[in-house]
Ligand binder design. Structure first.
Ligand SMILES: Cc1ncc(COP(=O)(O)O)c(C=O)c1O
Length: 428
């Protein structure tokens, strides 16, 4: 079904929901199969040389996962999407599809800790230099770009500081320097809160584990291709040039605007093997059906809880993009529907020890490393997600010992406020 004419709330339910002819089932089936029978050896050969589309093996494609991919692409208005087994694998497959040994990517200081490690340690060992700009100002990105730069990379809202990148300015820089702009849009809730393609992004990656799934029940990631980058500029021979893995086939000539996402599937997934299970794709599809409702409610509760924390005497400071004191307030208003996400951070008065006591005294809010769950989560970044960073890098990423990241879930916000209130009594 072509859902392009419908609004987000309708697309999140109907895209990818193609009626099952034999059974009339409203639900999308889970296809628990590793492989698919070929009609003939000739049919198999056509599938393997990419001259015919079709299912070969679940590491490459699966009908349940295809429905999830179709829904994600429809939500973003993109040419295609690829589902993978986690957000980290979405980032890895994306970068390795763009860059190779000797290349570099230019990225922001406001990165999720896992991404930071992948960039600074793992990719560096593979010979890919990840250059971290001192700020998200386009000028500081531009100073690091050279002829080997294969991507600009930012998070639409940084984890955990909620720094919002100036997507339009970075999109303009990327266009001018002819480098693809890759945006981690995990906080943007599959385009509902923020759609980076509207501002010049070329590729989006999401941790589907978060708001897309929405219930903390499975891991997943997606890569989304805006189909709006000119791969024929001579910088990407792996996309517009003879493909080593497919007897010289030129992916750009064969697949046009969708060449990048095809490359991620037929080389990336084939070789790295980080495919999702059909069951997880099913959970993602179910999660997506209520995405806008959940996120809207969470954003509303976040504002209430952040306001409560701001007035509380045990709280040193609240960093919430919805407040005009946050450095990214204006960018959040420009790029994020409602000017906010469902995450904010607080710094408690007191010490690391009293911060730990606060976290351990909460009854409803769970002490976990998670965001985008229906359960409210309180995380201590300095001892968890950002533990691997040096003191200087922690400071650059805005992470302090008494800082807590709060991801607001779907509980009644009055109950959350009461839970925080009683936990604050344990802070000296
Ligand atoms: C912004 C961001 N990107 C990527 C990831 C990695 O996703 P996953 O945990 O699904 O591998 C996370 C995880 O928290 C994240 O917050």
């Amino acid at each position: 079904m072509d859902t392009r004419k419908y609004r987000f709330e309708t697309r999140q339910i109907h895209a990818g929901l193609n009626p099952d002819e034999p059974t009339g089932s409203r639900g999308i089936a889970i296809w628990p199969t590793a492989a698919y029978r070929f009609r003939s050896c000739d049919h198999a050969a056509r599938l393997f040389e990419l001259s015919e589309a079709g299912n070969i093996y679940t590491r490459l494609q699966n009908p349940t996962t295809a429905a999830f991919e179709e829904r994600i692409a429809a939500l973003y208005g993109a040419v295609g999407a690829l589902a993978v087994s986690s957000g980290m694998s979405a980032i890895l497959v994306t970068v390795l599809s763009l860059a190779q040994e000797g290349d570099n990517i230019v990225t922001s200081p406001f990165l999720y800790g896992g991404t930071y490690n992948q960039f600074r340690i793992t990719l560096r060992k593979l010979g890919i230099d990840c250059r971290i700009a001192p700020s998200e100002e386009p000028g500081s990105f531009e100073a690091l770009i050279d002829e080997h730069t294969k991507a600009l990379y930012v998070e639409s809202m940084g984890n955990p500081t909620c720094a919002v990148a100036d997507l339009e300015a970075l999109g303009e820089l990327a266009r001018r320097r002819d480098v693809p702009l890759v945006v981690d849009n995990t906080f943007g809730a599959a385009g509902y809160l923020c759609n980076p393609f509207e501002w010049g992004a070329n590729i989006v990656v999401d941790s589907a584990t978060k708001w897309i799934n929405g219930h903390g029940t499975s891991m997943g990631g997606v890569i989304v291709d805006g189909g709006n980058y000119n791969w024929a500029n001579g910088k990407f021979p792996q996309i517009d040039g003879p493909s080593e893995g497919y007897h010289g086939l030129n992916l750009h000539e064969a697949f046009g605007a969708a060449a990048f996402i095809v490359k991620c599937r037929v080389d990336g997934l084939r070789d790295m093997g980080c495919c999702p299970s059909p069951f997880d794709s099913y959970l993602m599809l179910i999660g997506l059906e209520t995405l806008s409702l959940r996120v809207r409610q969470e954003v509303e509760s976040t504002r209430r809880l952040a306001e409560f924390c701001r007035l509380h005497p045990k709280v040193q400071s609240v960093s919430y993009v919805g407040f005009d004191t946050h450095p990214s307030h204006d960018n959040a208003r420009k790029y994020y529907r409602f000017g906010s996400s469902a995450v904010f951070t607080i710094e408690l008065k007191g010490t690391l020890e009293s911060t730990v006591r606060f976290v351990e005294s909460l009854h409803l809010a769970a002490n976990m490393t998670m965001i985008g769950d229906s359960i409210t989560v309180v995380t201590h970044p300095a001892s968890t997600t950002h533990k691997q960073l040096s003191e200087a890098d922690l400071a650059a990423a805005g992470v302090t010992p008494t800082m807590l990241r709060i991801s607001v879930g779907l509980e009644n916000v009055e109950d959350l406020i009461e839970d925080f209130e009683q936990a604050f009594t344990h802070v000296e």
